[in-house]
Design a protein around this ligand. Sequence first.
Ligand SMILES: Cc1cc2nc3c(=O)[nH]c(=O)nc-3n(C[C@H](O)[C@H](O)[C@H](O)COP(=O)(O)OP(=O)(O)OC[C@H]3O[C@@H](n4cnc5c(N)ncnc54)[C@H](O)[C@@H]3O)c2cc1C
Length: 374
Amino acid sequence: MFDYLIVGAGFAGSVLAERLASQMNRSVLLCDKRPHIGGNAYDCYDDAGILIHKYGPHIFHTASPRIFRYLSQFTGWRPYEHHVLAHVDGKLVPFPINVDTVNALYGTSYSPAEVEAFFARVAEPIKHCRTSEDAVVSKVGRELYEKFFRNYTRKQWGLDPSELDAAVASRVPARTNHDSRYFTDEFQAMPLRGYTRMFENMLDHKNIRVLLNTDYREFMNEVSFREMIYTGPVDAFFDFRYGKLPYRSIEFKFDTHDREVFQPNAVINYPNEHDYTRITEFKYLTGQEHPKTSVVYEFPRDEGDPYYPVPRPENGELYRKYKALAEATPNVRFVGRLATYRYYNMDQVVGQALATFDQIREATLDGAAVTVAA
Ligand SMILES: Cc1cc2nc3c(=O)[nH]c(=O)nc-3n(C[C@H](O)[C@H](O)[C@H](O)COP(=O)(O)OP(=O)(O)OC[C@H]3O[C@@H](n4cnc5c(N)ncnc54)[C@H](O)[C@@H]3O)c2cc1C
């Protein structure tokens, strides 16, 4: 008998397995249908010996000291600040848009104050930003929207920005200064020996048993456990009772080149050409030195592994129906990106898992207090 069956060995499942095992001495069976731990953050060495991220580039960043401290128990870090270039009008320019982007595109030499005035001139006043198109044109105007956002979004989501919630594009800032970092969080770093090694260290505990290549449904009725933590897709758990929650997927095409460097930056976005959205060169992220280099091209798709919940109001409605079912299901907690149908960064999923652990512990302490009082 296990105390917990945890479905999914990504961040959500692994953090909870680690906490329950090490802090509450609970026995955990952690299963994943994939042949590896780490979920979408899994990394591995390719045939050339280069460390790649199998499910696309994963860059760690967080504003939370608690989350950074927690993960630091299982890995050292390599300081890394992420920068992205976009290929627009035949030039490679910083993205998110900043003063240098505007100057490079228009041959101007605006100062930060002047670029602010430029944005104010070109921005279209929109009272209630409903869609992603509204969110961008109200900040930087229609021309920059067309150059950087419109086609990229259509490729990425298979939808026009006018069909997507404002929240999608609102995540990308427009800056008036020279800051070309993609993220501005206080903690930005990559796990020193990779994500998979970090997960191995988390799960190396006598109370944790890991079962790979196994869908939980295959053995559910043969193994006994007290509680379940489920981090897979919430609609699949309920046999798609209300229909499928829409996801956007990505096909990854990896390539190794017989030279040390392939492109001048870790990530180059291609908003307006090609079927792929971006190319990532892994050695920039990992700091690995190697005479060859590996890159990945991302081709967004409708079909495939569920990666990005599609943020549209009707999908939120559908999710709320599944959420009600989840809340009414005893002895199962739904945690993580797929189980709560939200696009979360890795640190947010770690935060969600740590908060779930706190709830479990508090409930246990309350239970113990009641027992003692009785
Ligand atoms: C292309 C891409 C790039 C990203 N880049 C970044 C980034 O740069 N920075 C960042 O912070 N975040 C990034 N993310 C987000 C990050 O991947 C997630 O926040 C994180 O992996 C979520 O962890 P999770 O445990 O919730 O889900 P997952 O990692 O998806 O883990 C869920 C696991 O459950 C397993 N599972 C599902 N169903 C079953 C079943 N029936 N039986 C057994 N196992 C099952 C799956 O196989 C999977 O391994 C990116 C995501 C994508 C798609």
